[in-house]
Design a binder for this molecule. Structure first.
Ligand code: SAH
Length: 341
């Protein structure tokens, strides 16, 4: 049966209209679902019994089954089991500005980035919007505190599951529901051009992060196979256009891999590549993983890289690290239970 958490506000309005009820029933139900957080449709007190029975017949209220939580200072990793027994993970990070959750969008990933642990397991399937809502909901419940920020940077490529991801954004952003501000929602992509273009038309001020990781097509194609399909020479003009059309924030993620993409030449080339584009660079110290033979750049090299970008007048930050003790850092999430536990 379909989960009611997969319905956008508009879907729910349409549902009621088709059934011959007033549209505003959607407001009431959204309140019960997302404000009062009911566990059963029977808890609803301001709908007629017959409407409640219809809801029960058409939808389920299930959330995800929480299997395991690992806690470290400021970070918690959650493992969930889905209805078909697949497993996914989400990570909660406590910042001084609020709680932020890193959401998985697929079971596995087909992008095959050479340095990424998550991508070692091929995509099994896309997650439904309701399952992504389930990640957020279950973590929030366990935490007992509001989650104010959402990043779609867990396992999976959000733009390889575009429709469900967009529904998810609509659901969590809706004022009647969780009301997570669009500027507090970030989507990260390896650069799927047609979807970036489509994303520009969404009426929300969500942030977009591009996983860049290399300053030229030759190196990027070696690290990220997707670059052979959507190379930088095509991606960069699309991003310029994206910024012109939207008034959103754009981030370039750049993992620093020792001796691979962290040289002074790379820093200068990167500055050249993004000059004139109104985005900022987020330098990510690589999280080394057991199965892959890539290494984190030395701190002195990270600093040198940072300084060059600064000197070139590029906005740049170095990402604060979370969760290295519990393998909850970027790219270390895995969807396979045996490997996680
Ligand atoms: N598929 C999307 C989102 C998921 S990955 C994307 O490519 O953006 C989230 C980020 O973590 C990406 O920038 C990814 O390249 C990065 N990442 C992957 N493995 C990593 C690792 N071992 N250390 C640090 N960052 C990593």
């Amino acid at each position: 049966m379909q989960s009611i958490y997969g319905l956008t506000y508009k879907d729910l309005e349409d549902y009621f209209v088709t059934k011959g009820y007033k549209k505003y029933r959607a407001t009431q139900v959204y309140e019960w679902l997302y404000r009062k957080k009911i566990k059963s449709f029977d808890e609803i007190t301001n709908l007629k019994k017959e409407v409640i029975e219809e809801l029960k017949k058409d939808f389920e209220l299930s959330t995800l089954k929480l299997i395991k939580v690992e806690k470290d200072v400021d970070v918690q990793k959650y493992l969930f089991e889905l209805n078909d027994k697949e497993h996914i993970e989400a990570v909660l990070m406590r910042h001084d500005y609020g709680n932020s959750i890193c959401i998985s969008t697929q079971v596995g990933c087909n992008m095959g980035c050479r340095f990424c642990e998550s991508g070692r397991r091929k995509k099994v399937r896309n997650l439904l919007a309701s399952e992504m809502v389930g990640e957020l909901f279950t973590v929030e419940e366990d935490l007992g505190e509001r989650i104010s920020h959402v990043v779609l940077m867990g396992i999976g490529e959000p733009f390889d599951n575009y429709d469900e991801v967009v529904s998810f954004i609509e659901i969590i952003n809706n004022d009647m529901g969780l009301a997570i501000g669009s500027r507090h929602i970030s989507v990260s992509t390896c650069g799927i051009i047609p979807k970036i273009k489509e994303f520009a038309h969404l009426p929300y001020q969500v942030n977009l992060a591009i996983s860049l990781h290399a300053p030229n097509d030759k190196l990027r194609s070696e690290l990220m196979p997707i670059n052979k399909v959507y190379p930088l020479k095509e991606l960069m003009p699309v991003l310029k256009d994206y910024l012109k059309k939207t008034n959103r924030r754009l981030t370039f993620e750049y993992i620093l891999l020792d001796g691979v993409n962290d040289t002074e030449e790379c820093a200068k080339e990167l500055a050249q590549l993004i000059r004139g584009i109104n985005g900022y660079v987020n330098l990510i110290p690589y999280n080394e993983t057991e199965y892959l033979n890539w290494h984190r750049s030395k701190s002195s090299q990270i600093n040198k890289f940072y300084d060059i970008l600064k000197k070139e007048k590029i906005s740049v930050t170095v990402r604060r690290e979370f969760g290295t003790n519990i393998s909850a850092a970027c790219g270390q999430l895995r969807s396979k239970k045996e490997e996680t536990l």
